[in-house]
Structures are given as structure tokens and as C-alpha cells.
Design a protein around this ligand. Structure first.
Ligand code: PHE
Length: 331
């Protein structure tokens, strides 16, 4: 029995085989146990002799099993080490870092210029009440911008804001003059072509206090434009907005052709970059201000437009197509 056990133990090559052999010889129903049971049939003199033999066999087999187990474990481990090697000289996987989107970068840049001039930065909701997006801004019921074709209506009284001007109303309702603030953010209009996307960004500005004049507006905005484009000529053209009076559009001399005429400025030599004007007394009244006590100016600019001028981009839609080749250029 010892010999046959020894034979099979030394030939066992897996942990499972060793375990099976252990059960076969030493287990509860194993061969040695069976032999012990047969001791009943022996005479009292013979029993201790067989007992000693069984114990010895048990010890020998146990030891053989243990040794073989250690050997097999070592072999298995060696095999693992040989086959499951990790090549630590392999370079790691590169993590592609994203970059700041050019619209975000320009927004931060423009915001920074106003912050340096003491402006507060505010935000407002993109889903806005018609009473704030239109009514409080003196935009009449019949105004074409309220048209279903131009404005995204969520319901009769709620729209996706069509400009950042409603933030003026919210800010004035919460703060007391004097103050100056800018509020950049997303706005929505139902439009799509080379120069219009249904979502785009604006930055609104508002300064209210005693004796704020159009001269202050011109000074601040001229300083701003100089910081964005360098020293360029500017001009204010009379315009109309329901929420400012008087109103103007501000042009800068074309940054590409320097006023000589090119495709970008449609040969006019000028680029329109924002709407502005003195806050209409009706708007001041709507938020509970007395137009006899305080006056103010406001302006609103398209951030995409300025980003395109800064980087010489001619298709607005490129900003939102998320083509990695386009975005990579701004890293
Ligand atoms: N809200 C205007 C627009 O979207 C811009 C503007 C803002 C004009 C503030 C004057 C004053 O076109």
C-alpha cells in the first residue's frame, strides 16, 4: 500500500491530483481507514502490531503528500512567472488632455477685462420668463423678436432666453445702485447658417448710478475694445433697442484689413461688435428705480463673433461641431 501510494504521489502533477490521492488513502473512507476498521477481526495480540503499521503508513504517506504538494506548488508558480510576465519597460497609455474651448477662453478673457475695471460678474437662468426676457425690457407684445419663428417657447410664459439682457433686470431687482456688472452666458434663437447657431453666447454689461452718461459708455467700451484688439478706431452708429435710449451699435475698424476693405468686413472696413445704449427709463421703472435719480448704460456683445475675429475663424458652426482637429488648435 505504501509503495502504490508513493508511486501515485510522485506522479501527481496538479494540486487536484494530490488532493485526490490524500482522500483515497487518508480520507474518512480512505484505504487506511478501511484497514483500521478490519482490526476488530484480529486477536488482541495482533491489533497493536497492525495499529503500529497503519500509523507508520499514515505518517509516511502524509509526509510524501506534503513534500509533493510543495514541489507542485513551486512548479505551478514557476509556470505562472514564466507565462504571466508583465513587460514593465512598455510605455504607459497616454491620457489625452482636453483643452479650453475657444468660446470659454474668450469669455474668460473678456470677463477679465471688465473685472479689472471693477465690474461684478453675474449669471441668470437660460430658461426665462417672458415677463423678464421681454416685458421688463420694454419689448412690446408686437415686437418681431417675440415671434414663434425666432424664439424657442417652453410654454406661453416661458422661453429659452433670447439674449442676456434679462439678467440686467434680475440684477437690478436684487442690487442697489451704484454698480457695474457683466453677465456672460448662453442664449437661444431659432436660426441656423454660416453665422447663426440656435445656441450662442453673449456678454451683457450694465452700469447704473448717479450721473452715468453716454460719455462713460464710450470711455469704458473704447477701453475694452483696445484691450481686446489693440489700438483700433471705433465708431458708434445710432441704432434702436427697446430697452435703451439712445441706442447705438459699436463698430471697430476691421482687424484683418485695417479698414481697407476685405471679405470679413464686407469691404466696409468696419465690424459691428456690440449693441449698447443708455438704459431706457421704462426699464429702470420696471425694477423700481427712479430715472430722475439714477441713470445707466448697457451693452451686449456676441462672444462667438469676437472669438472669430480673434482667431480668424470664418464659420461659426465649427465651434459646436466638436471636431477634434478644430479644437486641438486652441490647446
Ligand atoms: N440684447 C441686445 C441683443 O441681443 C444687445 C444689447 C444689450 C443692446 C444691451 C443694448 C444694450 O441684440
Amino acid at each position: 500500500l505504501k509503495d502504490s501510494a508513493k508511486d501515485s504521489i510522485l506522479n501527481a502533477n496538479t494540486l487536484q491530483e494530490i488532493d485526490e490521492i490524500r482522500v483515497k488513502y487518508l480520507g474518512k473512507k480512505g484505504e487506511l481507514t478501511e484497514i483500521s476498521k478490519s482490526m476488530r477481526n484480529l486477536s488482541p495480540e495482533e491489533r497493536p502490531v497492525l495499529g503500529a503499521l497503519i500509523n507508520e503508513a499514515r505518517e509516511v504517506i502524509s509526509e510524501l503528500l506534503e513534500n509533493r504538494l510543495a514541489e507542485v506548488k513551486a512548479i505551478v508558480k514557476a509556470e505562472q512567472l514564466a507565462t504571466e510576465t508583465i513587460d514593465i519597460t512598455l510605455p504607459g497609455r497616454k491620457i489625452e488632455m482636453g483643452g479650453i474651448h475657444p468660446i470659454t477662453e474668450t469669455t474668460n478673457f473678456l470677463k477679465g477685462i471688465f473685472v479689472d475695471m471693477g465690474f461684478d460678474v453675474a449669471e441668470g437662468p437660460e430658461i426665462e420668463l417672458t415677463s423678464i426676457n421681454f416685458d421688463a425690457l420694454n419689448i412690446p407684445e408686437s415686437h418681431p423678436s417675440r415671434d414663434l419663428q425666432d424664439t424657442f417657447y417652453m410654454s406661453e410664459n416661458v422661453v429659452l432666453r433670447t439674449h442676456t439682457s434679462p439678467v440686467q433686470v434680475r440684477y437690478m431687482s436684487k442690487n442697489k445702485p451704484p454698480f457695474r456688472m457683466v453677465c456672460p452666458g448662453k442664449v437661444y434663437r431659432n436660426d441656423y447658417d454660416i453665422s447663426h447657431t440656435p445656441m450662442f453666447h453673449q456678454m451683457e454689461g450694465l452700469m447704473v448710478g448717479e450721473n452715468i452718461s453716454f460719455a462713460n459708455l464710450k470711455a469704458i467700451l473704447t477701453e475694452f475694445v483696445t484691450k481686446v484688439f489693440g489700438k483700433t478706431n471705433v465708431r458708434f452708429r445710432p441704432h434702436f433697442f427697446p430697452f435703451t435710449e439712445p441706442s447705438a451699435e459699436m463698430d471697430v475698424e476691421c482687424v484683418i484689413c485695417k479698414g481697407k476693405g476685405c471679405r470679413l468686413c464686407k469691404d466696409s472696413g468696419w465690424l459691428e461688435i456690440m449693441g449698447c445704449g443708455m438704459v431706457d427709463p421704462e426699464v429702470l421703472k420696471a425694477v423700481g428705480y427712479d430715472p430722475e435719480e439714477v441713470t445707466g448704460f448697457a451693452f451686449g456683445m456676441g462672444i462667438e463673433r469676437i472669438t472669430m475675429l480673434r482667431h480668424g475663424i470664418d464659420d461659426l458652426r465649427a465651434f459646436f461641431e466638436n471636431d477634434i482637429r478644430f479644437l486641438k488648435q486652441f490647446k
